[in-house]
Design a protein around this ligand. Structure first.
Ligand code: SF4
Length: 69
């Protein structure tokens, strides 16, 4: 699974970091960045994406098809 953050949508709420701290980190601009998209299982990453209040986390399968949101 591929994980992206839309920096325009991210408001730095850090819900993603709370759920998957090995995958997401807040950078100096208060936006989430991807540390390591393989550092959590797919369910955990999906939970993090669903917890994002602005749906800024975009998930794609290995073929590049968007699976969330
Ligand atoms: S939960 Fe969403 S808005 Fe909050 S830091 Fe993560 S990506 Fe950004």
């Amino acid at each position: 699974m591929k994980v992206k953050v839309d920096r325009e949508l991210c408001i730095g709420a850090a819900n993603c970091v709370g759920i998957a701290p090995a995958v997401f980190k807040i950078d100096s601009e208060n936006k989430a960045i991807i540390l390591n998209e393989t550092a959590a299982d797919d369910d955990t990453i999906l939970n993090a994406a669903e917890a994002c209040p602005t749906q800024a986390i975009i998930l794609e399968d290995d073929q590049g098809n968007q699976i969330y949101p």
